[in-house]
Design a protein around this ligand. Structure first.
Ligand SMILES: NC(=O)c1ccc[n+]([C@@H]2O[C@H](COP(=O)([O-])OP(=O)(O)OC[C@H]3O[C@@H](n4cnc5c(N)ncnc54)[C@H](O)[C@@H]3O)[C@@H](O)[C@H]2O)c1
Ligand SMILES: [Zn+2]
Length: 396
């Protein structure tokens, strides 16, 4: 505290204060581009109901390859709703997967596409794609004109159940994942179950790890539901997968809406159970292990760790390991056992990087019961090594 005389000498402070309320719909539908389906038009018309909305449409190359008829379907939809929307220029095809986030020139290309279509703050950047494409387009939309309206149509299990319903975007830079990005709540999100049907089995499975994760930290009944439906989920039964996505998305939404820190100003990362090692595994394997696959391993590792440090009753680690295996996850990667020149497990550097991403004190979410997350500020390296050994014993 400055004392009065010094304060007078150095000047007066005025406190600027305002709050901005955000709301955006997350709609669950099927076949959003069936001309009879009003979901997309309704989303665009949410604030301005009568005008003809202009939009730039960005689409994941992997989605286009898997759904060759999609481009025609979108054109037909736009023609059927010409009173409500106009797609400016051609569809912009964005390379799918992590390529979308790690090519430095791509953001510039996305911004150029927005500029060429004269997108402004009353028109839209619409993105159809996996989490990576949504992150890259979301970032471009957030910085173009200091932020234009952004509508997302997530097309993977992970993006529909987790990342796509959130408020963050980012691209990778200087060799670091998600280094450059913003918090930017979208205008609307449309989760279209039909996209999931075209997804590769590996990507269908990957996203389920985030659902298991959010069940473990927030909702034990949901975790038990996943256990009860594990066989159907392992076969990717569409209705069961739809339900998993919807429940997971709503739990993620609740955390952002009611958790008290949507823009992550504190040190905690309550939704990132299993993620300190997952991010490191992704980079150690040069993304050969996908985000979802790495999260499954990270969850198994931290659940065993929670038992080893006495937080979680013995046996719950086996239960989590068994469920993830039944869903089809491989819970071992050679990168877990890799050692740096100093003899330390390479994975341990993930702890420091996890902390550095936010700054502040190291805060890792663990669980003390299935369905209940707790925060710890310290991880014991020897116990982590023991947990890695436990996973090694159980490798397939
Ligand atoms: N912003 C956030 O809050 C947040 C949170 C978690 C993860 N993420 C990011 O999400 C990314 C991972 O996203 P993801 O798991 O959705 O995978 P992804 O975006 O990497 O896509 C995986 C592959 O599937 C293809 N694809 C996408 N939809 C398809 C469909 N319907 N049919 C056929 N192929 C399709 C893509 O082209 C790509 O090849 C990572 O970069 C991660 O960092 C962001
Ligand atoms: Zn994740």
């Amino acid at each position: 505290m400055l004392d009065r005389s010094r304060r007078a000498a150095w000047g007066e402070a005025y406190v600027q204060r305002f709050a901005v309320a955000y709301d955006f719909p997350v709609v669950f539908t099927r076949n959003a581009f069936d001309p009879e389906n009003p979901t997309f038009v309704d989303a665009l018309r949410r604030r301005e109901g009568t005008k003809r909305h202009r939009l730039a449409l960005f689409i994941d190359s992997g989605v286009l390859a898997a759904m060759p008829g999609l481009q025609r379907a979108i054109q037909r939809y736009a023609a059927a709703h010409a009173d409500a929307l106009r797609i400016e220029g051609d569809l912009v095809v964005v390379p799918g997967g992590e390529e979308a986030k790690r090519r430095p020139e791509l953001v510039e290309r996305l911004l150029a596409a927005l500029a060429a279509r004269a997108i402004d703050r009353h028109s839209f950047a619409v993105a159809i794609g996996g989490g990576a494409v949504l992150d890259a387009v979301g970032y471009a939309a957030a910085i173009f004109h200091r932020g234009v309206r952004h509508v997302r149509l997530p097309t993977t299990v992970l993006a529909q159940a987790d990342s796509g319903v959130g408020v963050k975007n980012a691209v990778n830079a200087f060799g670091m994942k998600n280094l450059v990005g913003t918090f930017a709540p979208p205008f609307a999100i449309i989760n279209d179950g039909a996209f999931i049907d075209h997804l590769a089995p590996r990507d269908k499975r990957g996203g389920m790890a985030e659902a298991v994760k959010v069940g473990l930290i927030r909702d034990g009944a949901f975790f038990a539901w996943i256990e009860a439906n594990a066989d159907a989920l392992a076969r990717f039964h569409p209705n069961t997968l739809d339900r998993l996505i919807e429940r997971s998305a709503r739990l993620h939404m609740r955390q952002i809406g009611e958790g008290g820190d949507p823009f992550e100003t504190g040190s905690a990362r309550p939704l990132d159970y299993g993620h300190w090692s997952a991010h490191k595994l992704e980079s150690l394997t040069d993304h050969q292990v996908s985000h979802g696959e790495a999260v499954a391993i990270g969850i198994a590792l931290d659940t065993r760790y929670a038992v080893l440090c006495g937080l979680l009753p013995d046996g719950e680690d086996e239960r989590v390991h068994r469920l993830l295996r039944r869903l089809g996850f491989d819970l071992w990667s050679e990168a877990l056992a890799r050692r740096d020149a100093d003899g330390q497990l390479a994975i341990l550097k993930g702890l420091r990087e996890f902390q550095e991403h936010l700054g502040g004190e190291l805060t890792v979410t663990l669980i003390d019961a299935i369905g209940h997350g707790v925060e710890v500020n310290r991880m014991d390296h020897a116990l982590i090594a023991d947990a890695v050994g436990w996973l090694a014993e159980r490798r397939a």
